[in-house]
Design a protein around this ligand. Structure first.
Ligand code: AMP
Ligand code: MG
Length: 339
């Protein structure tokens, strides 16, 4: 009962119209955005939004991002639109930036997880924009089972949701590869709630200093021993171990860990920006853009190749590196080693 629609070679407006009708009827549709694939439903339809939470196994207090295609849609969703919101939207929309504003009455509580605020973004992917334009604002979290790595290919969505949702639009691989940056504009100063596809440095050029919510950093050493399972997020079945630090030391540490775990009989995968000997290896690319694009694909691919342990090379925490490290640390349940 899941229809997979191929739009890898471009938009088919006729099919978009059909899928838009599905959205308006309260059905679930997975579609590509420039960040990752989203699992979408009519943001203003309570029972449709409930189905998103059920399908993902997502806790009901974890709010959804509403995707719009036109700035004027924001007025229906937000009670107030501060100056910073206008500045950021003007500069970065459509794009991988989500802003949090006071919620308008029209927005159902289920969509915002009971909060009095609403998260909104305008994606830049042409399929996402066309679908929203042809239907309505769409609530769409990442199209993965809660706790799993986010999907950057339609195949990932098929793995998690085939038979459970009505439509999957295959638009090929997503370009950014990590989710949107989330900035809260409801207090005096902008607060970064989640690093993502738009670097913090870019945002600060427009609105000045942005406070970083403490949860963002999930600082390595202190939390390393806290009960990781509770925080599992973006996690493959294999145990992820992140190795951070100076390049040469990281190189040696990873090689050492691979040796140790293999000698104990584990199948070990490595994901890194340079070649390592291991049971399985996934090359992440050189630039921070490539690493971000390949991150979730690497986690899912190594899992499929049946490794027990994934050793991930840490990257520098600037630009997209902040989002990459945030995902990697969570994926590891904060099993982070400083080389
Ligand atoms: P996902 O769509 O799965 O990438 O997750 C959406 C992210 O946006 C989560 O980290 C949410 O906690 C965050 N978010 C959504 N709505 C709000 C809101 N009203 N206030 C704060 N964070 C939000
Ligand atoms: Mg998600």
């Amino acid at each position: 009962m899941t229809i997979v629609i191929n739009m890898r070679d471009g938009i088919d407006e006729r099919k978009i119209k059909v899928v838009a009708r599905f959205i308006l009827e309260g059905k679930l549709v997975a579609f590509p955005t420039e960040t990752v694939y989203g699992l979408g439903a009519n943001a203003l339809n309570v029972s449709a939004v409930r189905r998103i939470f059920e399908a993902k196994g997502r806790p009901t207090d974890n709010p959804l991002i509403i995707h719009i295609a036109d700035f004027s849609d924001l007025k229906r969703l937000a009670r107030e639109i501060p100056r910073e919101a206008k500045l950021l939207a003007e500069r970065f929309w459509p794009g991988p930036l989500t802003i949090v504003l006071p919620k308008a009455e029209d927005v159902p509580d289920v969509t915002t997880g009971g909060l009095d605020t609403v998260a909104v973004r305008m994606p830049s992917h042409p399929i996402a924009l066309a679908l929203i334009r042809a239907s309505t604002p769409i609530a769409a979290p990442s199209a993965n089972i809660s706790g799993k790595p986010s999907p950057t290919l339609a195949e990932h969505v098929v793995d998690d949701f085939y038979g459970k949702i009505e439509v999957i639009i295959d638009g090929g691989e997503t370009n950014v590869g990590v989710e949107s940056t989330v900035v809260d504009l409801t207090s005096d100063k902008p607060v970064l709630l989640r690093p993502g596809g738009l670097p913090l440095e870019e945002i600060e050029k427009v609105v000045g200093e942005v406070e970083i919510h403490p949860a963002v950093m999930g600082k390595t050493v202190g939390i390393a021993r806290s009960p990781g399972m509770k925080y599992r997020h973006y996690s493959p079945n294999a145990q992820v171990i992140v190795v951070e630090g100076e390049r040469e030391r990281v190189r040696r540490k990873i090689a050492q860990l691979v040796g140790e775990y293999r000698s104990k009989g584990y199948r070990v995968g490595v994901m890194a920006t340079e070649k390592y000997e291991a049971n399985e290896f996934f090359y992440l690319g050189k630039s921070e853009e490539e690493v971000a694009r390949n991150l979730f694909k690497a986690l899912r691919a190594l899992d499929k190749r049946g490794v027990d342990i994934i050793i991930a090379e840490g990257v520098e925490e600037r630009g997209l590196g902040l989002a990459v490290m945030n995902r990697l640390r969570k994926a590891s349940g904060y099993r982070v080693i400083r080389a």
